[in-house]
Ligand binder design. Structure first.
Ligand code: ZN
Length: 187
């Protein structure tokens, strides 16, 4: 089931997600609905906050983005990214490593806003998968960027927080409009 995606200005986007302690049928259903919602919106990632649930849960799928490659290492060995998708991360712990790189990012909660964001090139991740089993891997390229963007959401951090002040100032009219539109739907 495709869920409504909340936009900037909705207070849930600033909430830190609660850890998931048990994979209940409700969690399994939410995962499926978040995958449906992400694919329907043609996004590469979706955090629980974006469907108004403050939980440590995100889904990612980079398969459709051919022009921006991703890398994956499982147990120190290169692994097939596509076979690892879609990726479900519960209670993820993410450590950035390598050099920082700038690259374009968008966000389903900020329609039509795309800006370069600087982040570490690689991440080391430990998390639970959709079945609640521990997984560990290292990712690079677009996948590393998507994981960092989404795990920020789980902590109430948005990509505008990672933009240089100048960029954010230039976007202020658009952000103010978006925030006002969202707040109007809440009242
Ligand atoms: Zn986002």
């Amino acid at each position: 089931m495709v869920l409504p995606i909340v936009h900037y200005g909705h207070p849930v986007l600033r909430k830190k997600g609660a850890r998931i302690t048990e994979i209940t049928p409700a969690v399994t259903k939410l995962i499926k609905d978040m995958l449906d919602t992400m694919h329907d919106a043609e996004g590469v990632g979706l955090a629980a906050q974006q469907v108004a649930q403050a939980l440590q849960l995100t889904v990612i799928d980079v398969r459709e983005v051919k022009e921006r490659p991703s890398t994956l290492e499982l147990n120190g060995q290169p692994a097939d990214v596509a076979a690892f998708m879609p990726l479900v991360l519960i209670n993820p712990e993410v450590k950035g490593c390598g050099n920082t790189v700038a690259g374009p990012e968008g966000c389903l909660s900020f329609p039509e806003i795309y800006e370069d964001i600087t982040r570490p090139e690689f991440v080391e991740v430990s998390a639970l998968n959709a079945e609640g089993k521990p997984i560990q891997f290292k990712a690079g390229g677009l996948l590393a960027r998507a994981i960092q963007h989404e795990t920020d959401h789980l902590n109430g951090i948005l990509f505008i927080d990672r933009m240089p002040t100048k960029t954010k100032q230039a976007l202020k009219p658009e952000l103010d409009t978006l925030q006002a539109e969202t707040k109007a739907t809440l009242s």
